[in-house]
Design a protein around this ligand. Structure first.
Ligand code: FEO
Length: 399
């Protein structure tokens, strides 16, 4: 591909020189149904600077894009905002090819790069608030520890009011377009919400504090250049969304999520959904056979309640329900209401086990749940409708 790929101009000083991964469909259990990008950026300052690199197999793609603008050996500095392999995987090879004067990373970044790559060359640590002169331009650094790794940091190009936001504000979405205004806005926000829900949700308190700190510092941000997906030239929507998501603000919406063996638990789900709907709550019913765990978590982002159903299998819950609960627990959703339901043949532990898992995650379990033996009777289904109505009333009490 040498000599064929091009960089994309972000502004007079900055070029996108990343890679497009059209094929990836799974990112650590997150379904990337539309692929992803690994963004790297070239700053054409007096000291030419590369911000981040790409996943190892995409090294040639990045170097080819850089070569469309400058000779890669003209790069003076490399800044590594984050050690994870999708952004630093090819760093050792790029260091060999480019031989920059200096490499910069956060204090934890220096440690992580050393532990990952056992680099022989020095990496210079930069502190929170520290600035680096690129000659005619200035780069400053903002430590974002545990958003989402201990080493994570943002870099800010002062003159251009451009924030290189590492994994913050990203989306897993492979596109030929590079900027937010070039794509469908609702799909862009959906992909950004999915990314937040599945990668950043558990760091919400830190993100809330970071946003407050940036507001206090009065940093003007005209452009946000994340390490995945589209570049935000109009960042107000995504900044407002992060403000809402980081405070885990939800609306009058419930999810009815279930897995079923012979459709009895599914029939119960329909009745519960009806009860929620009758009370005017927006409800999304999701069968785990058809819906990926990461799409359920995306819907959970702005939902106040989850009603979770499983048939009982071998004295436990169905595997897909256990998988969802395990994944959900790691992401630490806060301030949610919950309830459980399910059919059973003889032992019927699933509802109790789901309730325990919800309580462990600090959900407010608003009902002991509904169990139905083999096939739900009309009375069982009336009870399910009432469960849905009760969850809806609990949602509204919290308004
Ligand atoms: Fe934390 Fe996109 O890597």
């Amino acid at each position: 591909m040498e000599g064929l790929l091009t960089a994309r101009k972000v502004n007079e000083n900055v070029y996108w020189v990343g890679a497009i991964d059209w094929r990836i469909r799974n990112f650590h259990g997150y379904s990337t149904e539309r692929g992803s990008t690994y963004n790297a950026y070239l700053i054409l300052a007096d000291k030419v600077t590369l911000i981040d690199t790409v996943k190892a197999p995409f090294k040639e793609e990045m170097l080819s894009r850089i070569a469309s603008v400058i000779d890669p050996r003209d790069i003076t500095y490399i800044v590594s905002n984050h050690t994870e392999m999708d952004h630093s995987g090819c760093l050792p090879q790029v260091l060999e090819a480019v031989e920059p004067e200096k490499v910069f990373a956060s204090i934890m970044g220096v440690k992580n790069l050393s532990e990952h790559f056992h680099l022989s060359r020095e990496v210079t640590a930069v502190k929170d608030g520290e600035s680096l002169s690129l000659g005619n331009l200035e780069l400053s650094f903002l430590e974002t520890r545990m958003i989402h790794w201990p080493d994570s940091m943002f870099s800010y190009l002062v003159e251009d009011k451009l924030l290189f936001s590492s994994d913050g504000f990203g989306q897993h979405w492979a596109t030929s377009e590079r900027f937010d205004h070039e794509v469908d806005r609702s799909e862009l926000m959906r992909q950004a919400a999915k990314y937040y829900a599945n990668i950043l949700l558990l760091f919400s308190p830190r993100i809330d504090r970071l946003l407050a700190k940036v507001r206090e510092m009065g940093i003007a941000i005209d452009t946000i250049a994340p390490d995945h997906g589209l570049i935000w030239r109009n960042p107000s929507d995504i900044l407002q969304a992060y403000d809402r998501w980081s405070r885990q603000r939800a609306r009058d919406k419930a999810l009815v999520v279930y897995d079923t063996m012979w459709h009895s638990t599914e029939t119960m789900a329909v009745a519960i959904t009806e009860g929620l709907s009758q009370e005017g709550v927006s409800v999304q019913m999701m069968d785990l056979e058809d819906n990926h765990r990461s799409d359920v978590i995306t819907e959970l982002l702005d939902a106040k309640a989850v009603v979770l159903g499983s048939s009982t299998l071998n004295n436990g819950m169905l595997p897909r329900v256990a998988d969802l609960l395990s994944y959900m627990k790691g992401l630490r959703p806060a301030g949610k209401l919950g309830a459980a339901f399910g059919s059973y043949g003889w032992s019927g532990e699933a509802v109790k086990l789901i309730n325990e898992a919800l309580e462990e995650m600090k959900f407010d379990v608003v009902d002991p749940g509904v169990r139905s033996k083999f096939v739900p009777t009309h009375g069982d289904l009336e009870r399910c409708v009432e469960l849905g109505r009760g969850v809806a009333r609990a949602i509204k009490v919290g308004d």
